[in-house]
Every structure is written in C-alpha cells, then in structure tokens.
Design a binder for this molecule. Sequence first.
Ligand code: SAM
Length: 407
Amino acid sequence: MEGIEDRVLMDILSRAVGPERAPIAFDALSQAPSTSVRYNPFKLSSYQKGSVVPWNKYGVILAERPRFVMDPLFHAGCYYVQDSSAMVVGHIFREHLDDFASLGRPVRVLDLCAAPGGKTTDLAVSLRERFGDGFQLVANEVMRNRASVLADNVAIWGDPNVIVTSCDPKAFSKLEGFFDVVVVDAPCSGEGMFRKDPKAVEDWSPEAVDLCAARQKRILADAWPSLRQNGLLIYSTCTFEEAENDSNVEWTASELGAEVADYEYSSLSGVIQARTGGLLVPGFVQGEGQFVSILRKTAPAGSTKNGIEVLRPIRNGLEKGVTKGRDFIPSADWALSIDPPLDKYPAVELDRDTALRFLHRDGIFVEGQPEGFLIVCFEGHPLGFVKNIGKRWNNLHPQNRRIRIDL
Ligand code: SAM
C-alpha cells in the first residue's frame, strides 16, 4: 500500500488479528474496496442485484460501483452509500432496542459524531420500524461545514423525527440524563479506511494514534452526563488500534461508570471478537475496518425532561415550507420526506434526463400541467418542487444540493 511501509502496516495488522492472520488482511488491502448501499425501506422495497450485507437486510454489496450522482433515486433518498462494515453499528443498536419498549415516552437517541449521516440514517430506520413515531433522534456534528452536509443528508433521507445540531460534545452536558442511547462514532486514526482514503494513510503515525485516543476519551467524558443511568453507549471507530478501541471502552467502564454489555460479536459472519467489542477487518469481511462496542451506564445521572432547544438545532425536524406574503412555499424537504404531500400537490413524472436536469437546477418544462406548485418525481419517487407559472416552471431545487457536474 502506497504511503505506508509494508512493515508498519503488517505490524498494525498483526496487533489487530494476530501474526498468523495478518497476511490475509494485508493482501485484502491491496485489492479494490467493495461498494455497498443501504436502501430506505420507507421509500423503496428492494435495490437492484447484489449480495445482502450479513447484518443489515437493507444493505446490498454491489458487483461494481455505479455513478451514483447520475442516478435520480440517489438524490431522492431511496438509498445511502455506506460501507458494509459501518452498518454493523446499526445492527448492534437494533439488537438492544427491546430495552426501550416500555418507557411510556418517545425514545431519545443521540448520534454525537454524525456527519455525513451514514449511521444516523440507519438508526432512524430502526427506530421508526420499532417505535413508529415514538422517538427523537438528535444527529450532531461539531464541524459546521460537515453539519450542513449532515442536515442535507437527513433531509434527503426524509425522516421527520431527526433533529440536527452542530455543537461541541461538551454542550450536551447541559442535558443531564436526557438520552436513552448515545452513539459515539468517534473521529479516529482511520486505519480501517486505508484502502479507501489516501489521507488516512498520509496522516497516520503512532503519535496520531495517541492523540486520537486522548481526544476520544475527552469526547466520551464530555457527552457522558447526557446519558441516563441504565442507558446505552455505543462506541465505534474505524481503526484497529487497541488504544482507541478496547482500552477506551475499558476506561469508560472504570472511570465514567458503566459495564460492557455481553454480546457475541463473533456470531456475525467474519467479525472478530475483541476484548470488549467486535472488530471488522478487510479480508475477514467484505467491507473496510470497523470496531464497535456497547456499554450500559451504571453511574447515576440527572434527569432533564426537555431541552433540545438549548442546543439551537440547525434542523428541527421537518419544515414543510415557509409563508411569504399570502403564499405558502412548500420546501424541497417536504417532497423528500417519507410522507410527501402527494394528496396536496399534483405530481409529474420526469424521464431520467429531465430529472437530472431538474437536479442540476436547469430550467425544465413539461406541457399540459396545472399551474402552481408541482411535485416532480422519478420512477414515482419525489425529487422536489417546481412552480408552474404558465409558460415555464421555476425550479425550486435547493441551490446547495444541485448536481455540480456537467450533464
Ligand atoms: N457517524 C458518521 C457516519 O456514519 O456517517 C461518521 C463520523 S466520523 C467517523 C467522525 C466525526 O467526528 C466526523 O464527522 C468529525 O468531524 C467529528 N469530530 C471531529 N472532531 C470531533 C470532536 N472533537 N468532537 C466530536 N466530533 C468530532
């Protein structure tokens, strides 16, 4: 692998899977990575052909990588492109949802390091399938520019119960004991992404690993007060480093007050049982590297009843539109939501070329449609709104979401 000495890489892998098995991972890292998607069951009933991800029935590993940007269904939130290993986090979450079946109030989940939204969109599906409307999922991302990508991806996915914030983890300490589950998909040294991300290779050093491990502890400690007693913490990284994985989980258990939940990670095809969690390593699984563990908080916690407003969400659930003078202008997000207003606005089916031109924010027009707001669709899936003003349509696709390549 370019950018890192074979000896150093072999050393990393030996520590992860043992010296006998390290060559398997080493060889896998010289192969092309797989491509996988997770489809949105509230929008699609299946997705093309491919093999099903062992831990997600909506996850599909594709034979080759399509040009997603040229597929209108990608922009309609019908699926999300996500590495199959990363989907294991959603599986561990689902396996523990029984804990929250009889709370007598909506389940509250915080996805603390959420951009660009892979785990968030997976968690949202599991929560809706299990609890209907009875949940609140806060997706947070501290970096502003990444938070706006997260907000777009959440809007496109279309679940109205997802709130997006952009706060430092420390801000959540204001919400003492508020969350039933906190997911920390921590920034890490990224060894598991070496095959996909040259920057992860470039930035790697033993010192970077130490810095990451220290930062992860800080993030865990900062978010900790917001988890209620007996609530669950799911901790994940995409690195193989013990200092960032097992050691941090053990530190959380002993220093913050939690017990590591029993879970047989090796029951999942190709997943390696680590001391406190499951480790996914290329060569043993089809996807990239990932670590996941789950803990139950034993320490006492305060109890905040309400209060997401204090975090000033950048997206506070679904905003259906805005009133301008006497007009109500419906939002693109409403059309993209899992419950689009097809009973309120006429829908117009577009062919692929016109759909792409709509997404490119070009002027498009289809004869014979009623005046006013129209929902434009591709293969029956809403893409957004246009306003028919007679001889032309105003394209209401958001500027920041437009396809930027030449068609
Ligand atoms: N969960 C995301 C997904 O599945 O799409 C991936 C999250 S990525 C592994 C880690 C995230 O943590 C990045 O978006 C990064 O910007 C964010 N981050 C970086 N430094 C952070 C910090 N000090 N506190 C909290 N989050 C941080």
